[in-house]
Design a protein around this ligand. Sequence first.
Ligand SMILES: [Ca+2]
Length: 433
Amino acid sequence: MVSEEKGLPESFAPGEKNPKGGGIDLATTKNVKWVAKLGTMSCSTPAVAGGKVFIGTASEGQGVLLCLDEQTGKLLWQLTCPPRDVPKVIDGRKFWFSVFPPTLGICSSPAVDGDRVYVVTQRCEVLCLDVNGLTNGNDGPFQDEKHYASKPSKETGASEAGEADVLWLFDMWDLGVRPADACNCSVLVHGDMVYVCTSNGVDRDADASKRDEFRKPPAPLAPNLIVLQKKTGRLVATDEEPIAAGMLHGQWSSPSLGRVGDKTLVFLGGGDGACYAWEALSSVPEKPVKLKKAWSLDCNPPEYKVFGDLDLITHYSRGDRRRKDTIIGKNDGTFAGMSEIIATPVFHNDRVYVAIGRDPEHGRGRGALWCLDAGEGARGPSRAVSARKGSGFRVQGSEPGRVGPEGFRVQGSGAKNEGSGIRGQGAMALKRL
Ligand SMILES: [Ca+2]
């Protein structure tokens, strides 16, 4: 999360497509070593480790993970996940998870640990893969690679160079998880454990409905954060926070970790706009246990939640430009409501930095960037005030889409991006965020 890397290029130019075909003309780029063609859409951040680059993408309705050579961009192997057959309707309402994953593909940013790479598929699964693919044989208990091959493989699907080697698979759908729109977590690997945010969500025809009370999570009791044994994929722990009760849209943050005093804590942004911390597991339990919560902080200040008598959790989508009953009477998506946490909390020097925002498709959220005491956090809205004035700070912009007039500012570049959302991951380098 925090890098001491130096000598990074300050700028780059992605270049122009060669009019004769063959992709980008390298001669038109700046500070670019190679260009590799991905799929039709890529929401994943690339991970670089051991001379390889891992990145998720989408192709022909399938989720794809590519493993490229770091020096040349050459494709080494590829995981291809077919669409999942899920209900088109739940409780009489359209279930959008049946629609979006084929377009979005694998959104998860892969995590690499030694010779293993961990990724969440668009099918709501956690996969552990061999960084070398099938070139060194089909390892692990999972032997059904033919279902995750880019082309029909020879009978068993085994030992075919250029394909992914799945070591184990854990299906979060079987835990009752019902995501909204997408599964995206970049997993956290620590000790013998893998921590995964489930992407459980609220999914109820948000754009078309005037009956907002139907916007409830299909799976209110499903876990938000799960822990798997790193070697086997066995479930060893789940959280028990009632995040779904206040969830705005989806549980899309990724976990991070920090050592605070004598405790190791795992941090996660909630789909309810609160930041959570749990104690990390120190050993692998024999049977699944409940994670012990250390603290949580509601990152929506009281003034963000008030608009007359309207409950902004239930009416999350009333700023959506596609709705005719928008709150401020303008059908332009400019209403700024409550925000959730989609960003990853960043731990550094006993502090946690976390930003709130929202899926801009449903109207803009009010942004805030918090700096929290990593050891204490807060235990309710009253502590949110003291965190702003005391142990932490908050920067807040007056305009949706901007965060912080006092040195922090995030916005799209160029007029073409005006009004669009920013969904990238932040990082900290050389003490700058
Ligand atoms: Ca295998």
